[in-house]
Design a protein around this ligand. Structure first.
Ligand code: ADE
Length: 248
């Protein structure tokens, strides 16, 4: 069975345009991944299909109710016996990164809970195995964040990106930013592609790319260097760049 993602949201229509486009769309058509956005209101039992309510204790804003999420997660788990990981999208969660995307791509099935308004009833949290945040800012809801997670995770599912080497070299895959890329023409308005890329010497090209990747990371994201897998010489180079001592 293909890698499956079930999303619980009160705005399921937000997902289709994004998930049908590009590689995710192709992977869905090929049956490599199955992504379903479910309307949370299906699991309400009142006439108004209420999914939120006033906060106990007063205060501004509405709170997502626990019952629809609880019923939905129970139903989805019963409908498919495979183990699944339940994820809650919230700005209070752990920051999403490449390592998390890799880990989640190895699951068989994800269920993603998206909330709107001021937050969730605290008991919704008990349904989740983990909580994920996209960054230190507040979105109007978890939907956009869930789309980002689904995109980043599904492209790591085997077969989704045709050439798997291209995900192995991704920025962040090894704790470094990726090296620069060029395609034709070799010269454009006086800007030349580095000669080394045109010479076809594979080992030299690999060495150049590795060095550029280290230089780029040291310049743009020195915070990543501590967790990067570098040789002693590479670390010396990176530190010289950070201190502004290396001219390249
Ligand atoms: N919902 C609202 N803001 C969010 C964020 N930054 N990350 C994940 N879910 C969210």
């Amino acid at each position: 069975m293909s890698f499956t993602v079930d999303i619980l949201t009160i705005f399921p229509e937000m997902f289709d345009a994004v998930l049908d486009a590009s590689l995710t769309g192709k992977a869905r058509k090929k049956g490599l991944i199955a992504v379903h956005a479910h309307n949370l209101r299906r699991w309400t039992e009142d006439r108004h299909q209420t999914t939120d309510d006033y906060p106990y204790g007063g205060g501004a804003g509405m709170v997502m109710k626990v019952e629809p999420f609880h019923r939905a997660v129970t139903d989805l788990k019963q409908a498919d016996p495979r183990p699944c990981r339940v994820i809650l999208m919230t700005p209070q969660g752990a920051l999403f990164d490449h390592a998390t995307a890799e880990r989640l791509s190895k699951e068989e099935r994800l269920v993603i809970l998206c909330g709107r308004y001021e937050g969730y009833d605290e008991r919704v949290r008990l349904l989740a195995d983990e909580e994920i945040s996209l960054g230190d800012y507040v979105l109007t809801g978890g939907e956009l964040a869930a789309m980002v997670v689904v995109d980043a995770v599904t492209r790591l599912v085997p077969g989704v990106v045709g050439d798997e080497a291209s995900t192995r070299h991704d920025s962040h895959a090894h704790g470094l930013l990726e090296h620069p890329h060029y395609t034709r023409p070799a010269e454009y308005e006086g800007m030349r592609v580095p000669d080394i890329l045109l010479e076809g010497h594979h080992a030299k090209i690999e060495a150049w790319r590795r060095r550029e990747s280290i230089i780029r990371t040291a310049r743009r994201r020195p915070d990543l260097l501590a967790g990067a897998d570098l040789t002693d010489n590479e670390r010396v180079l990176a530190e010289r760049i950070v201190r502004g001592e290396e001219r390249t």
